[in-house]
Design a protein around this ligand. Structure first.
Ligand SMILES: [Zn+2]
Ligand SMILES: [Zn+2]
Length: 81
């Protein structure tokens, strides 16, 4: 069982990082683990994830020519279905 930790961002995205390999994975030439992944820590972040920050930065750049805050494109993750 390898140890993982999760980073939860304000945009509700999260990433999981490997914290440390277990004994089996360490001894495997490809660091493969056939056990259960163990989540050791969950870290609440105070920012959005890198992708969201990048996307927002691009949005603001493309809206910079007179449009300002148009109110579109900020509907969150819910699609109308
Ligand atoms: Zn493992
Ligand atoms: Zn995000």
């Amino acid at each position: 069982m390898c140890d993982f930790e999760e980073f939860v961002f304000t945009c509700s995205h999260s990433i999981i990082r490997l914290k440390s390999y277990c004994h089996f994975a360490r001894n495997d030439p490809h660091h493969q683990c056939f056990g259960v992944k163990k989540l050791r820590n969950v870290w609440d972040q105070t920012t959005e994830c890198e992708k969201c920050r990048e996307r927002h930065a691009n949005q603001w750049n493309s809206q910079a020519q007179g449009y300002g805050y148009g109110g579109y494109g900020f509907q969150g993750g819910h699609s109308s279905s």
